[in-house]
Structures are given as structure tokens and as C-alpha cells.
Ligand binder design. Structure first.
Ligand code: FES
Length: 104
């Protein structure tokens, strides 16, 4: 588990890129929930941190594919692959990501 930032560093409705062991992860906050997905559009390797976040959906800034930040599911083409999601825990205002095997 890796401590990345505090809840106050991630206001409601915002996103923030964090890098763990060279792997870019996008944190997305909606209300009291924080989601973590790979910050890399599988279509053409673009950071989703540059896109729009609305509801529980992030939109790629390049060609507009949308992804569910909760499940990682791709919702629109041209991207065809889902995103990896990462487990998040919040303790004493700190956001932690449970690093997947292979990223540790
Ligand atoms: S690079 Fe993301 S949809 Fe094309």
C-alpha cells in the first residue's frame, strides 16, 4: 500500500496523476469516493489527466473515448481496451493505493 496524497489535495470532482514505481495512475474523486485507474489511454498512449472528468467518467483528450473510473470499462471507441483499476483506501485523510503485483 502506497500513501499518495491527502483528501484535501484532491478536491471533489477533480483528478490528479500520481506515479508509483514509474507507473502513472489517475486518482479521481467524486464525493467521498476516490477511484484509481491507469493514467494511460489504451488507444494511443495519452494521459487521461489531460481530459475531462464528469460524473464517474473520464474522457480522453485526444479522440474522446470515455472510461468508467469505477470499473475501468471503456464506454466509447476508438479505444477498445478497459483500464486497470487499483484499490484505494482512505485512512486519517490520507489516500493510499494498493499497488498491484508487478507495480510494486
Ligand atoms: S488516444 Fe485516447 S481515444 Fe485516442
Amino acid at each position: 500500500m502506497t500513501r499518495v496524497c491527502t483528501l484535501s489535495d484532491l478536491p471533489d470532482g477533480s483528478t490528479r496523476q500520481v506515479v508509483i514505481n514509474g507507473h502513472a495512475i489517475l486518482l479521481c474523486r467524486r464525493g467521498d469516493s476516490v477511484f484509481a485507474i491507469d493514467d494511460n489511454c489504451p488507444h494511443e498512449d495519452v494521459s487521461l489527466s489531460l481530459g475531462a472528468f464528469d460524473g464517474h467518467v473520464v474522457r480522453c483528450p485526444l479522440h474522446g473515448s470515455r472510461f468508467c473510473v469505477s470499473s475501468g470499462a471503456v464506454l466509447d471507441p476508438p479505444a477498445e481496451q478497459n483500464l486497470l483499476t487499483h484499490d484505494v483506501t482512505i485512512e486519517n485523510d490520507w489516500i493510499h493505493i494498493v499497488v498491484r503485483p508487478g507495480l510494486a
